[in-house]
Design a protein around this ligand. Structure first.
Ligand SMILES: [Zn+2]
Length: 256
C-alpha cells in the first residue's frame, strides 16, 4: 500500500537534495523507553522535574544517580525499532541527510545512524562537574559499584553527573547550531514523534518551513505544529517510517 499519494509531496521528495529529520520521545516509546511526560515519568513518586535538574542532583545525588542507573537498565533491555532502522536507511539514500534528536538514549546510533545531532545529550556519557573529566558508562559503573553511598566522585573529588541537559540548562551550543543550520538549509524537514512543545527544538520545524522546506509530520496525535505542516502522516513511527522509506525509494528510482 502506498503511503505518499499527495502530488506535491511526491514532487518535493523527488527533487529534495537535503533531508532533515527531528525525532522525539515518540520514536523511542515504541522501543519501551518511558517518556518524560505523564504518569509513566514518575519514579518513586518523584516527577522528572524533581529529578532532572542540577539542584535536585546536588541536593539528592544518590537518588538522582539511582534514577539514571534505573533508566540505563531499561535501555540495556531495549532495542532500536523499525523506525530507527528506517532512518538509518534514509541516511544512506538521501544526498544530504541530518538526524537531530531530542532523545538521550542513543538508539539511533545503535541502529547504525551516523553523526546524530543530540540536542539533549546522551545518558550513557558522564562528566565531572568540577574538572569536566569525561567518564564512559563502563568507567562510571565501576566507580558506582565500589561506592556504597551511590554518590560517584571523580578523582578530583567532584561529583560525576550524566551528560544530559537538565531543566533550566542550556542546550549544547554546537548541537543547536548544527540543528538550526540544518533546518535553514534543508529541502524537506520531517518531524517524528515529538510533541513540538520544548523550545528550541520546537522552533526547528517552523524555521525549516520559513526557509522554504517542505514540512512533514509523523505522529500518533496532533501536535503544536500540525496546523502548519504540509503533510501529516498519522500513526506510530515504527509503522509509518518503513512505509515512507519504501515509497521514497520508488520515487528516487523513477528520478534516474
Ligand atoms: Zn573531576
Amino acid at each position: 500500500m502506498k503511503l505518499i499519494e499527495d502530488p506535491l509531496a511526491i514532487k518535493e521528495l523527488k527533487i529534495a537534495r537535503a533531508i532533515t529529520v527531528l525525532t522525539g520521545a515518540g520514536i523511542s516509546a515504541e522501543s519501551g523507553i518511558p517518556t518524560f511526560r505523564g504518569e509513566e515519568g514518575l519514579w518513586k513518586e518523584l516527577s522528572p522535574e524533581e529529578l532532572a535538574s542540577f539542584e535536585a542532583f546536588y541536593k539528592n545525588t544518590a537518588v538522582v544517580t539511582e534514577w539514571y542507573q534505573h533508566r540505563r537498565d531499561i535501555l540495556y533491555h531495549s532495542k532500536p525499532n523499525a523506525g530507527h532502522y528506517a532512518l538509518r536507511e534514509l541516511q544512506q539514500l538521501a544526498s544530504k541527510f541530518d538526524l537531530i534528536t531530542q532523545n538521550v538514549d542513543g538508539l539511533h546510533q545503535r541502529a547504525g545512524s551516523m553523526d546524530v545531532i543530540e540536542l539533549h545529550g546522551n545518558i550513557l556519557e558522564n562528566y565531572c562537574i568540577n574538572c569536566n573529566q569525561r567518564f564512559s558508562q563502563e568507567e562510571f559503573d565501576e566507580i558506582y559499584r565500589h561506592n556504597p553511598n551511590h554518590i560517584p566522585h571523580c578523582y578530583c573529588g567532584g561529583l560525576i553527573r550524566p551528560n544530559v541537559v537538565w531543566f533550566g540548562e542550556a542546550l549544547p551550543e554546537e548541537s543547536i547550531e548544527k540543528a538550526y543550520d540544518s533546518a535553514i538549509t534543508c529541502d524537506v524537514f520531517i518531524s517524528v514523534g515529538t510533541s513540538a512543545q520544548v523550545v528550541p527544538a520546537s522552533n526547528l520545524p517552523r524555521i525549516a518551513k520559513q526557509n522554504g522546506a517542505y514540512l512533514i509530520e509523523i505522529n500518533t496525535a496532533n501536535t503544536a505544529i500540525s496546523d502548519i505542516v504540509d503533510l501529516r502522516l498519522e500513526g506510530p513511527s515504527g509503522t509509518i517510517l518503513p512505509m515512507f522509506i519504501e515509497d521514497y525509494k520508488q520515487l528516487i528510482k523513477k528520478n534516474n
